[in-house]
Design a protein. Structure first.
Length: 631
């Protein structure tokens, strides 16, 4: 069974109808905190108390009375076996199958020639022979009632035009036979509304096959003894069903193995009579080797962390359900360590027979899930909106991120991204931004590119830079998980003025170049270099004086090997990175290797605190990009 379409209106933060589509496999609902993810999951569970949407739009004055009815229209696809299983639960009830209109191609196809017993037999036979049925149902719940199921079309499973008598539909009423298996026997004809139709009758039973696992601690540690193997939708009888599962040792051992895979600290799960309440059974976990036979050291589930009970309940459904289920999980990262969350997602992917809907703002989980569908929930003016993201597009974006050395975790949740030259700038620029620009709490992420080789080849530099910009532009589409690029800040690195202008035009004004060849050129400050050298415990000759560093710098700055052919020798045009490598190597007699992500960061920290004027050009560029970005 799976949900294929879902429409929600007038529930909590959702006002206007939100139309969603779900696929089999894993579907992810994402968005910022309080955007409406949990409210959507509650509605998907079909077990909630109606709470009407309230905002300035629906309650314009204090005396206004809002619409108090929550509406859900959903399409459920069930296989023939699942239809039979659901119908079995209604044994003894009259099941109302709409009669087809006489003379239509459908009625002729199934030999339905009159509204009589023989034709009704043919209708029932056809219904039970279909491989799948998709029921389109409407669920309405007022704040004062328990909800009403209705067929949003008649028949709810489509296929043909239903016969009407005035305003009422004609139904062939059937009942489940008393023998084994499913045998629908037509009884007599009735007239009724869409609320009497078969799909509306099956709605409450279908809802029982949807499991929702919430982010809070579940109370599933113990329950009254019983023999059921059917987990309650709220998992309240987990101890009972695990006790029943224990009768099947092979299946229980498989369950144990999966628990240990996700939560390695748990070596075994067991069920025993409750020590606190007669007639109850309780779940205990063994954090120690079961071979020790020390059951007295087992820990009651009630004393374990929040995630343990959730994992046990989820795995029970995934591993033991005899038919496909709909499993809804709210914010798994809130009760699981990232490593455990990834393993849980992998287990779900190993069981694609079920349909999963996961609400999360965790890029780790989104990446691990590789979801079929991604639904982005945003809150605008107090109202939740939903945007369907194409799975192929999001998969492509993850690959593009990898190409430039980034992951979804690096940029997910930011308002904007400022792409910079490399790892050094990625670390140093936020420090400059916070201390010197005053925007340390900005929601812009600064992320460095890894593929710096694209900027090194002189022969292909111009075209390669264009390709890199193209990748970033594709990553920065508005309808994606990736926030837009607010700008690009790269080294000049020998590019001519014309090349720089061409790339600026290509980036539509969002590309900026440092005023010197590369970031390290701003770090060629003798005082700062001397301080950093002296901080190295293994530096052979200490203390290193500022004067010695200055004299060494003056010599190296005259070396032609640090310049492009024909370039004027200066702090602006020198290859600062190579110069610093040689400077540290020469002055330490080869014992210290200059590392950008260590020594460039240390130099930046010192300059920010002691000589910020040396970084004035960079400060100005960051202020220009982040404070006054182009439209």
């Amino acid at each position: 069974m799976q949900i294929t379409k879902f429409q929600l209106s007038n529930y909590k933060s959702f006002n206007e109808p939100v139309r969603l589509e779900f696929s089999n496999g894993i579907n992810v609902i994402t968005g910022q905190n309080s955007a409406g993810k949990t409210a959507l999951l509650e509605a998907l569970s079909l077990r909630f108390s109606a709470i009407a949407h309230r905002s300035l739009k629906t309650v314009p004055t204090r005396d206004s009375t809002p619409n108090r009815t929550t509406k859900i229209e959903a399409s459920f696809q069930l296989s023939r076996a699942e239809v039979a299983e659901v119908i079995m639960r209604l044994r003894g009830s009259g099941l109302n199958i709409p009669k087809p209109t006489l003379g239509t191609s459908f009625s002729e196809k199934i030999n339905y020639h009159a509204h009589d017993a023989a034709s009704s037999e043919n209708l029932v036979r056809w219904f039970m022979a279909c491989e799948t049925h998709t029921f389109q149902l409407l669920f309405e719940q007022n704040e004062a009632d328990s909800g009403i199921w209705t067929a949003s079309r008649v028949p709810s499973f489509g296929n043909y035009q239903a016969e009407k008598q005035g305003d009422a539909f004609l139904y062939c009423q059937a009942t489940v036979g008393s023998g084994p298996g499913i045998e629908l026997r037509p009884l007599h004809q009735i007239a009724g509304s869409p609320r009497n139709e078969l799909g509306a009758q099956l709605g409450p039973q279908i809802a029982q096959r949807i499991y929702i696992f919430r982010a809070e601690r579940p109370r599933v540690g113990s329950c009254p003894f019983g023999g059921s193997s059917q987990l309650a939708p709220d998992a309240s009888n987990l101890a009972e069903v695990l006790n029943t599962l224990d009768q099947n040792k092979v299946r229980f051992n498989r369950f144990d193995q999966q628990v240990s895979r996700i939560l390695p600290q748990i070596r075994q799960v067991a069920v025993r009579p409750s020590q606190y309440k007669s007639g109850d059974v309780e779940i205990v976990v063994w954090p120690h080797d079961p071979a020790s036979e020390r059951e007295d050291l087992a820990i009651p589930l009630a004393n374990c962390g929040t995630g343990v009970g959730q994992v046990l309940a989820i795995l029970y459904v995934v591993l033991t359900a005899d038919s496909p289920q709909i499993i809804v999980i709210d914010e798994p990262q809130s009760f699981l360590h990232p490593g455990a969350a990834r393993k849980l997602i992998q287990t779900l992917k190993d069981h694609p027979e079920h349909q999963y809907v996961i609400a999360t703002h965790s890029p780790t989980i989104i990446s691990a899930a590789s979801p079929e569908k991604v639904i982005m929930i945003t809150l605008r003016d107090g109202e939740s909106k939903a945007e369907m993201l194409d799975a192929a597009e999001t998969a492509t974006q993850r690959l593009l991120l990898l190409e430039v050395g980034a992951t979804l975790s690096d940029v997910f949740g930011a308002d904007n991204v400022l792409w910079v030259e490399g790892a050094t700038e990625e670390v140093c620029f936020p420090e400059i931004l916070e201390k010197l620009v005053g925007h340390g709490k900005t929601d812009t992420v600064i992320k460095g590119v890894v593929a710096t080789g694209d900027f090194e080849s002189r022969r292909h530099r111009h075209r390669q830079a264009e390709l890199v910009l193209e990748i970033y532009e594709r990553l920065s589409k508005s309808t994606s998980l990736i926030p837009p690029a607010i700008g690009f800040l790269f080294d000049t690195d020998g590019r001519t003025a014309k090349e720089q202008e061409d790339l600026r035009r290509r980036a539509k004004g969002r590309l900026h170049f440092l005023t010197r060849r590369m970031f390290e050129n701003f770090l060629l400050v003798p005082t700062a270099i001397a301080v950093v050298m002296n901080s190295e415990e293994s530096f052979p000759t200490k203390p290193v004086s500022e004067e010695l560093v200055r004299s060494k710098l003056e010599v190296l700055l005259k070396e032609p090997k640090y310049y492009e052919s024909g370039a004027k020798q200066s702090l602006v045009t020198v290859h600062g990175g190579r110069l610093l490598e040689d400077l540290f190597g020469d002055m330490s007699a080869g014992t210290i290797v200059y590392r950008k992500t260590k020594h460039s960061v240390a130099l930046t920290d010192w300059l920010v605190e002691n000589s910020p004027d040396e970084l004035a050009d960079i400060t100005g560029l960051l202020r220009k990009i982040l404070v006054s970005p182009p439209d």
